[in-house]
Design a protein around this ligand. Structure first.
Ligand SMILES: [Zn+2]
Length: 83
């Protein structure tokens, strides 16, 4: 079993919480942002590499600099073919 651990940290106050699922982290993040108007980041501490990559590619923080240009999800390359 891969263990997921997501840390949510607020950039505008001292809020810092840890969650064992992306869903819980996102709920906490959205709840804090919606109630305080603060900007909240999250960090995936330990997770299946594929899920971590997908989370990063999703641009969850909403900042352009977070976009992963190397992501196959953003710019899928055609599979190489030998035939
Ligand atoms: Zn805050």
């Amino acid at each position: 079993m891969n263990k997921t651990r997501v840390t949510v940290r607020c950039r505008d106050c001292s809020l810092a919480t840890a969650h064992e699922s992306l869903r819980d982290a996102r709920v906490a993040l959205n709840d804090h942002e919606s109630t305080t108007g603060h900007r909240v980041d999250w960090t995936i501490e330990s997770v299946d590499p594929g899920v971590s990559q997908a989370g990063a590619d999703a641009g969850v923080c909403g900042r352009p600099e977070c976009a992963n240009e190397d992501s196959p999800l953003v710019d899928p390359a055609p599979p190489e073919s030998d035939s």
